[in-house]
Design a protein around this ligand. Structure first.
Ligand SMILES: O=C(O)CCC(=O)C(=O)O
Length: 203
C-alpha cells in the first residue's frame, strides 16, 4: 500500500516488513506550533510499568487518546483513552489520508531530552489485529529508531526520525522485528512522537 502524499516518500523494505517514511509531512512552522499545543493540552503522565516482575517508571512521559472504549494494554498497564483534542483530530485526519486507512487511537510519547528513551518492543498486542498499520508522527529533536529481528538480534537496521516526519509501519513487521528509541545523550532538545493505531473494539 502506498500512501497518498504529494511529496517525497521513502520505501524501506526489509525481510518480513515494510516501512514508508515521509520526511516533510508537516511544515517546520506547523510542527513547532503543534508541538507547543501538545505540550500544553495533553494529560502527560509518567507511568509505572512492570518488566520481568519489576516495576519501573517509564523513561519518558506518555498519554493515550482515542475513541470511547479503545483501551490499550502493554507492559502491565491498561490505558483507557482520553477524549480527542482538536489538535489530535487534525493530525489524525492528515495521518489517515496519507496512510490510506482509519485510526481510532493514538499513543503519545514525550522524550524530554536525549536521556529519555523507549525500550525494545513490537506493537503486536492482540487488540491491534494481525498486521497493524501504525502511523507515527515525529516532532522536535531528531532521534534514531533502531530495529532488530526478533529471531536474531544481530540483524539490525536504523532510521532517523526528523521533525515533521511521518513513518508508516505496516505488513508483517511487528511479527518479525522489534524497534526501540535508544538514549542519545548528545540530544538536548525534546521530541514528541504520536503513533496512530486502530484498536479492534470488542463487540
Ligand atoms: O518514539 C517513537 O518514534 C517510537 C514510538 C513507539 O515505538 C511506539 O509508540 O510503540
Amino acid at each position: 500500500m502506498f500512501p497518498s502524499f504529494p511529496g517525497k516518500v521513502q520505501h524501506i523494505q526489509v525481510d518480513g516488513g515494510d516501512l514508508l517514511y515521509i520526511p516533510d509531512f508537516l511544515e517546520p512552522e506547523e510542527s513547532i506550533s503543534v508541538m507547543e499545543n501538545l505540550r500544553q493540552e495533553i494529560a502527560w503522565k509518567q507511568e509505572t510499568i512492570s518488566l520481568f516482575g519489576k516495576q519501573y517508571l517509564t523513561p519518558r512521559l506518555t498519554a493515550w487518546y482515542g475513541d470511547p472504549g479503545a483501551a490499550y494494554s502493554y507492559s502491565g498497564l491498561k490505558l483507557q483513552p482520553e477524549a480527542w483534542t482538536k489538535t489530535l483530530l487534525l493530525l489524525k485526519q492528515k495521518a489517515e489520508i496519507a496512510a490510506g486507512c482509519s485510526f481510532n487511537s493514538v499513543l503519545l510519547n514525550w522524550y524530554r531530552q536525549g536521556a529519555d528513551s523507549m525500550g525494545w518492543h513490537a506493537d503486536d498486542e492482540k487488540e491491534l489485529g494481525k498486521n497493524p498499520v501504525i502511523g507515527s508522527i515525529s516532532l522536535g529533536a531528531k532521534r534514531t529508531m533502531r530495529f532488530r529481528r526478533k529471531d536474531n538480534h544481530r540483524t539490525t537496521f536504523k532510521t532517523e526520525l526528523s521533525n515533521g516526519s511521518f513513518l508508516i509501519m505496516q505488513g508483517e513487521i511487528q511479527h518479525y522485528w522489534q524497534h526501540a528509541i535508544p538514549k542519545s545523550l548528545a540530544v538536548k532538545e525534546d521530541r514528541i512522537n504520536l503513533t496512530f493505531r486502530k484498536i479492534f473494539l470488542p463487540d
